[in-house]
Design a protein around this ligand. Sequence first.
Ligand code: SAM
Ligand code: SF4
Length: 349
Amino acid sequence: MPDCFAHSHNRDHDQSGAGGMVDPFGRTVSYVRVSVTDRCDFRCVYCMPEKMTFLPKPDLLSLEELDRLCSVFIAKGVTRLRLTGGEPLVRKNVMWLFRRLGRHIETGALQELTLTTNGSRLADFSQPLFDAGVRRVNVSLDTLDADTFKTITRRGDMSKVLDGLEAARAAGLGVKINIVALKGVNDHEIDAMIRFCGDRGHDLTLIETMPMGDTGTDRLDHYLPLSAVRDDLESRWTLDNIPWRTGGPARYVQIAETGGRLGFITPLTHNFCESCNRVRLTCTGRLYLCLGQNDYADLREVLRGSNDDKALHAAIDAAIGQKPKGHDFVMDRKTNTPAITRHMNVTGG
Ligand code: SAM
Ligand code: SF4
């Protein structure tokens, strides 16, 4: 199958949005993650190379176009929207988009508007985000050591992220910290991070490194299966499985000693595709049906082809009709090239 299947049409699909979007495997798609920019002020070692080539700016959808596309998805039954990137808060005027999308929270069409951020600008943006209708943010923070932070992000200032976390708390935003677990880099800090989050009332999620895009480093050197991390944590902490879900792929436990929640995102050791409810939209209007597959639908041309949303509804329905069953991520020495050549910042985490 070609990577782009934008122009296939499936007349059997409902174009009104009524009844929601259901894929060929019976999964209802109710969650869209939107990468509003591929640019970032960090260069995390697992995400992108030091010298990253970003998309030409003219290829990007305008904020108005992103608003229109998101609104079509909401009309089609999407109830959760997460803005991500790249770093979403480096996109110029991104607060305009948050405020516009906030109108769907007011009407009740959207249950949740969230973002994933590296936190570098959260000190300035927390209150405006809350005012726009955001109630939870995911903040990526892989370490509590300033030098390790600099090594992982290649240029970030950890104190700004810590200030951002304080600002988020002061604004009333719920915070979940995301850690990419890296063997020999931050695995010895997981206990400290559990205490840090427990003290502040933040949730915490551990993520396995995914083989996406060449980053100029060997991911396998630091790959850490979370099944092993969990076994290790259980020798010191009491972890109780809980049915808590936040719409994403994490599976949660509650830590009896802190009362905090700990999530595990395990694309490698435990594939979670059977319950996938998500699709991903890039800042150029590509709709990826699976983070771990290369196929996409190009919605930009359809969007620009007409002011009427009918064609967009049809193109989205056709794409959902081709959502693959799952990803095939593998991490071993035999498979030493990334499964997906696209970097994580293109489709967001
Ligand atoms: N810049 C924002 C941030 O870092 O939170 C949002 C975009 S970032 C691509 C989203 C999430 O993907 C982050 O939590 C990041 O740690 C994670 N991530 C990036 N590359 C990854 C990879 N190769 N494997 C697993 N997680 C990755
Ligand atoms: Fe930027 Fe997020 Fe990728 Fe780090 S993980 S380089 S912060 S997009």
